[in-house]
Design a protein around this ligand. Structure first.
Ligand SMILES: NCc1[nH]cc(CCC(=O)O)c1CC(=O)O
Length: 313
């Protein structure tokens, strides 16, 4: 056992970006609201590979676990007790010995369109340039507006907004959730309806990762778990893991819990050029959320896998 004074201490592992810190603060505030002085906090800021590589598309760097690997190593090394993640950045398969123990209530799931030149994606002048690093967003953009050009936009939310101000692109797309959490909601030009652009699996959700054998921490943080978010994430992540997509695969999914035991699910895969979208829906018991996502993935893989997934090298 660790030898901290009377109060139980939770070491919160987080990346150093403004968004990551805001999410870690949200977790800490929620825990403090429940446990008061019984729990003390220490924040441990950890730089991940994804924070260091800013000049390449993540899809070219290798993809999985770029924003989580170093945090997971710190969990294994007992340097932190919890790792706070954007669930969107958490790889489909976690290493043995670690698990996502809870999900906070989900933020806005939609993608946000941000521009000083147009009121909406549809309103963009012909040939205009959109900055994005997401193959999913790029494929949807090309599907709707084949005339638009895309440029690679990486870096944290602030640096992308700065690039926009500097005129590197005419518009960009970011998760509404991140902007809201950073107090930057006023920068959003248009919330893109999910019917037009299905979000990334788990977009807008925060998850807390722990060591599977750390029963004490699990019991403390379970109080933060949001059931509705958990069911939705179960379905969306089962969809993602069944497709075993990389960051090179445009994959989208959104599930909703109705508050009464039922989950509805929509999933899509797209060809990177946006020419084809394969989508499907499911509806069923929340207890079957993961099976629903998996089943939807199998259907779409059978229908569109050949087009969407690049042939093995
Ligand atoms: N891959 C980067 C990333 N991971 C999570 C978010 C936003 C917050 C969220 O979706 O929960 C972002 C930035 C973005 O997509 O705009």
């Amino acid at each position: 056992m660790k030898n901290h004074s009377d109060a139980r201490q939770i070491r919160i592992g987080t990346r150093g970006s403004a968004l990551a810190l805001a999410q870690a603060t949200e977790v800490q505030n929620r825990l403090a609201a429940i446990y008061g002085d019984e729990v003390k906090f220490e924040r441990v800021v950890i730089k991940t590979t994804g924070d260091k590589i800013l000049d390449k598309a993540l899809s070219l760097v290798g993809g999985k676990g770029l924003f989580t690997k170093e945090l997971e190593e710190a969990l294994f090394a007992d340097q932190i007790d919890i790792a706070v993640h954007s669930m969107k950045d958490v790889q489909a398969f976690l290493p043995d010995g670690l698990e996502i123990a809870c999900n906070l209530p989900r933020e806005d799931v939609r993608d946000a369109f941000i521009s000083m030149k147009a009121k909406s994606l549809a309103d963009m002048p012909e040939g205009a340039v959109i900055g994005t690093a997401s193959v999913r967003r790029e494929a949807f953009i090309k599907n709707k507006r084949p005339d638009l050009k895309t440029v690679l936009f990486r870096g944290n939310v602030q640096s992308r907004l700065k690039k926009l101000e500097d005129g590197v692109a005419d518009a960009t797309l970011l998760a509404s959730a991140g902007l809201n959490r950073l107090g930057l909601s006023d920068r959003i030009t248009q919330h893109i309806p999910v019917e037009d652009m299905l979000p990334a699996p788990a977009q807008g959700a925060i998850g807390i990762e722990i060591r599977s054998n750390d029963q004490v921490t699990r019991e403390l943080i379970m109080a933060l778990h949001d059931e509705a978010t958990g069911y939705a994430i179960d379905a969306e992540r089962a969809f993602l893991s069944e497709l075993d997509g990389s960051c090179r695969t445009p994959i989208a999914a959104l599930a909703r819990y109705d508050g009464h035991g039922r989950v509805s699910f929509k999933g899509a895969i797209l060809t990177p050029d946006g020419a084809r979208i394969y989508e499907t829906t499911r509806e069923g018991s929340a207890n079957d959320a993961a099976a629903m996502g998996k089943d939807a993935a199998q259907e779409l893989y059978a229908r569109g896998g050949k087009d969407v997934f690049p042939p093995a090298a």
